[in-house]
Design a binder for this molecule. Structure first.
Ligand SMILES: Cc1cc2nc3c(=O)[nH]c(=O)nc-3n(C[C@H](O)[C@H](O)[C@H](O)COP(=O)(O)OP(=O)(O)OC[C@H]3O[C@@H](n4cnc5c(N)ncnc54)[C@H](O)[C@@H]3O)c2cc1C
Length: 313
């Protein structure tokens, strides 16, 4: 679709393939990709853009399957100008484009424990929106406030109540773009935090296909919480366990596969389409329901149109 686009200082690209911008390396084009220069540029753009045009803010695409037909929307991707990190006491303020890993490292250097973010491959915008978490800590546990730009172009401050965090979910209104977030973490010794983060990286590499193209956990844990990483962690209602029990570890469809290493990781073995990945996920859900009566819910967000022909219009 073609839209009238306001003048900007940042970069506008029409018909931008999103496969370049997602961890799974699949996805058709966005009608428009907008990379704003700064907050004012973003706010002015959204205020002037026809309110009927859908807007989709995107982080680094580590939790997305963009379907093969792409997105009939303006995709907003923040870059330089949105990735600053500042520490004051136990508070860390980071731009929404800053990577979780960088924020964890900067915080640790300053003696603030945001170490749970170290192994999550997303951006701060994605962490807040998804209430990302691991090893028993969630973004909600350290969140103080965020700045965002509404779809109408207004700059607002969001509190925890506004976001209403729950498991891998928030109430962020559609089209609202997070631009910055402030967290408060417990104090910690920089050396000890560094060692903990290295240990977490090691544990990830041991148990998850970290070198493959994936989007992390495919389905939410039916029990509704993340792995705590502790030895006494219960496995009964972990998604990987019910997938394994359904015999779907390693299952394939086209270039998509449920990882042999971690049964809840959907991977692109090379050449998978979004349809292969989503189709395999749906097969797994069906099989799990048949074997255990559990309905798995997608954790990976699936967006856009399935039909490749639509993208060419
Ligand atoms: C190997 C691997 C391991 C993973 N492990 C974990 C884990 O342990 N725990 C966990 O929670 N997740 C994990 N994930 C999933 C993923 O990294 C997180 O969900 C992450 O928070 C997504 O961030 P992103 O920047 O990639 O967002 P995207 O995938 O680009 O987008 C996800 C959602 O966030 C929204 N969003 C992103 N940026 C903004 C913004 N600036 N303003 C408004 N909305 C925005 C998007 O609209 C979309 O709804 C893993 C993924 C991979 C590939």
């Amino acid at each position: 679709m073609s839209y009238d686009l306001p003048e900007v200082r940042g970069r506008l690209t029409r018909h931008k393939p999103l496969s370049d911008l997602t961890w799974l390396r699949v996805g058709g084009p966005a009608d428009v990709l907008f990379q704003p220069a700064d907050v004012e540029d973003l706010a002015a753009f959204l205020a002037a853009l026809d309110p009927a045009v859908p807007v989709f803010p995107m982080g680094v695409g580590s939790n997305l399957i963009v379907r093969d037909g792409g997105l009939r929307a303006v995709v907003i991707r923040l870059g330089r100008g949105f990735n600053g990190i500042a520490v004051a006491g136990n508070r860390v303020t980071a731009g929404a484009a800053a990577l979780d890993a960088h924020v964890a490292r900067r915080a640790a250097e300053a003696g603030v424990d945001l170490s749970f973010l170290r192994t999550i491959p997303g951006s701060i915008g994605g962490a807040v929106r998804m209430n990302a978490g691991c090893y028993g800590t969630y973004t909600a546990d350290v969140f103080v406030s965020a700045r965002a730009v509404t779809r109408a172009g207004e700059i607002v401050t969001l509190t925890p109540e506004d976001l209403n965090f729950h498991y891998r979910q928030t109430d962020l209104p559609e089209g609202m773009v997070l631009v910055e977030a402030t967290f408060e973490g417990p104090a910690g010794d920089p050396g000890a935090l560094q060692a903990r983060m290295e240990e977490q990286l090691r544990r990830r590499d041991e148990s998850q296909p970290t070198k493959e193209r994936s989007a992390g956990s495919t389905f939410r844990n039916p029990a509704g919480f993340s792995s705590t990483g502790r030895a006494d962690d219960v496995h009964d209602l972990k998604a990987w366990k019910v997938i394994e029990d359904a015999g779907m570890r390693g299952a394939r469809l086209g270039g998509a596969q449920m990882s042999e290493k971690h049964a809840n990781f959907l991977i692109n073995t090379g050449g998978a389409s979004a349809a292969d990945l989503e189709g395999l996920g749906e097969k797994v859900r069906k099989k799990v329901y048949e074997t255990s009566g559990i309905t798995l819910e997608w954790e990976i967000m699936r967006i856009g149109e399935a039909d490749e022909v639509a993208a060419a219009k």
